[in-house]
Design a protein around this ligand. Structure first.
Ligand code: GAL
Length: 337
């Protein structure tokens, strides 16, 4: 186990966390996962996340590749939040709505860093104070992200946050996985299973409008389903977004299993977040040496539920003044028999 850092461009640092089986490279700009190498069934190591070869591209990063997303990940209808009866208008950076924390989100700031190493794990701790002045959400919020790689090669992301005013918060990570380790191949052959019985149906502006049952049909991942099967199912909700771009609510503790059988890779994601947005890269992504293509990766954005701001009965995204927010998501990488 090891953790190292090197200065790259723009005064940014790239950190490498490593065991014999897994290597993760993380940029302090945007708290971004740049590479995540795991072994395939032949013991060969390959990168299973999408990235830009040229680190300069992370300044713009229109697809949020690998970044931490917040202050509220996802869409806020009409860019409107109401805190203790006060209405606050956030930036409308996507049509009439607010997306992924707006132009002053957490994906485009440099985070302060600290590293820790002991017998059981290596950890990169990143910290940022998001001010009310900068992003217009109420409160100054201290956010700490820990990226922890354990000796058994489990990777954990934890978030902690505290605000000096009542506010709203929903953090996530926007890594696009492609377990083929070859981003010229799409993710159609990824089989996904998760413990969710309900998902949020979208209107044509991609705003959640209703909680509905996943079954029967392409949103039912209670047993393994190839993403191809769902994307091509012809369901109106899949056609609307050209794949999946939907929030699934976990029944119990969040668990997602993903298998890519030709490489023999399997990933298990476990989280204490109440929901996940599964996004199948529905716009053509153009990466340095690869022609723009649809469905090059799949994101599992484990997070809280912004639609609770306008729909009843959903878990809240409120963060009270002085309250400590915590969230953890773990990734285990294994080889199929
Ligand atoms: C997702 C979002 C998509 C798209 C994407 C960024 O999280 O749900 O609609 O905006 O981020 O390309």
């Amino acid at each position: 186990m090891d953790i190292q850092s090197k200065e790259v461009i723009n005064g940014w640092n790239l950190f490498t966390l490593k065991t014999d089986n897994v290597q993760i490279d993380i940029l302090d700009y945007g708290a971004t996962i740049v590479n995540l190498y795991t072994k395939n069934k032949y013991g060969e190591i390959g990168n299973v996340v999408l990235n830009y070869e040229n680190l300069h591209d992370y300044l713009e990063n229109p697809y949020y590749l690998g970044s931490l997303v917040g202050q509220v990940a996802g869409r806020i209808k009409d860019g409107l939040i109401s805190i203790e009866g006060n209405e606050i208008n956030l930036e409308k950076n996507e049509g009439n709505h607010h997306l992924h924390g707006g132009s002053y989100g957490l994906h485009n700031v440099k985070w302060e860093s600290e590293i820790e190493k002991n017998e059981d794990f290596v950890c990169l701790k990143l910290k940022y104070i998001q001010t009310e002045e900068r992003d217009k959400y109420p409160g100054n919020i201290e956010i700490v992200v820990n990226y922890i790689l354990y000796s058994d090669s489990t990777f954990e992301m934890t978030y902690e946050a505290m605000s000096d005013k009542d506010t709203v918060l929903a953090l996530t990570n926007h890594t696009y996985f492609n377990l083929n380790d070859d981003p010229s191949k799409n993710i159609f052959n990824h089989a996904v299973k998760m413990n969710s019985l309900k998902y949020l149906q979208l209107n044509n502006e991609l705003i959640a409008e209703k909680v509905i049952d996943v079954a029967p049909g392409p949103f039912d991942f209670s047993s393994y389903k190839y993403l191809k099967e769902g994307i091509e199912a012809g369901n109106e909700q899949n056609k609307l977004v050209n794949g999946y771009d939907h929030m699934f609510l976990f029944d119990d503790k969040g668990k997602i299993e993903v298998e890519e059988r030709s490489s023999g890779r399997k990933m298990i994601v476990s989280t204490d977040a109440p929901a996940v947005v599964m996004y199948t890269a529905n716009d053509p992504i153009s990466l340095n040496n690869i022609q723009a293509h649809y469905h090059l990766g799949v994101c599992f954005e484990t997070q809280r539920v912004p639609a609770s701001l306008w729909l009843d009965g959903l878990p809240t995204i409120t963060l009270k003044k002085g309250e400590r927010f915590k969230q953890s998501t773990k990734y285990e990488f294994m080889i199929l028999d």
